[in-house]
Design a protein around this ligand. Structure first.
Ligand SMILES: [Mg+2]
Ligand SMILES: [Zn+2]
Length: 207
């Protein structure tokens, strides 16, 4: 299976055979980073059992759904190419994440991840925008009314390049990270929030 196949386009090409599916309705999306945003960044997390969510994430995602947002997680997982864990491990972590969200009546609608190391210079690793554009085409997402929440400058840079509303969460420990401080002080990000749920509430408040 080609993980980069852009299946959504087929439905949008008119008159191309009788079996062309109807395009999905246009949706707005809440793009979310994974590590350091939904869950504490445990650095090359391999075991799904170790995954835990930040407080308030479930309720915030549930609220985003109630407001009509599709929830799409885009994450860099260079540990795959580095050999720290496998694609199956990543898959299990994403299944576990949705298990943890279930009691909050929340879920992530779609996960997209880049398995490459930075040296590969691929287009899918954030701040590259390939995975976001793939999600846009597959789910018929209106980027102009969509938003991203992340914890790093690369999340914000991808969001800016795509014309998304950008929010960054100040994760404990990141205060010492110079790229985070630069980002906060640069004015390049639309919202700086103290928690994921605060970021989501402020995105929703923008209408
Ligand atoms: Mg992160
Ligand atoms: Zn990649």
């Amino acid at each position: 299976m080609n993980p980069y196949a852009v299946t959504g386009f087929r439905g949008l090409m008119a008159g191309n055979g009788p079996a062309a599916p109807r395009p999905r309705p246009v949706r707005r999306a809440l793009f979310v980073d994974r590590d350091g945003t939904l869950n504490p960044d445990l650095h090359y997390l391999r075991k799904a059992e170790r995954l835990e969510l930040f407080r308030g994430v479930g309720d915030a995602l549930s609220l985003a759904h109630d407001h009509g947002f599709l929830v799409v997680c885009v994450t860099n997982q260079s540990g795959v190419e580095r050999g720290f864990y496998t694609r199956a491990d990543v898959q299990r972590i994403h299944e576990r994440l949705n298990e943890l969200l279930r009691p909050h009546r929340a879920h992530v609608d779609a996960f997209y991840y880049c398995p490459h190391a930075p040296e590969a210079r691929c287009e899918c690793r954030k701040p590259g925008t390939l995975l976001f554009r793939q999600a846009r085409d597959e789910w018929n997402i209106d980027m102009a009314t969509s938003a991203i929440v992340g914890d790093r400058d690369l999340d914000v840079q991808a969001g800016r390049d795509l014309g998304l509303l950008t929010a960054v969460v100040a994760t404990p420990g990141h205060e010492a990270d110079p790229s985070y401080r630069r980002l906060r002080d640069s004015g390049a990000v639309d919202l700086v929030a103290g928690s994921f749920s605060n970021a989501v509430l402020r995105i929703l408040a923008r209408g």
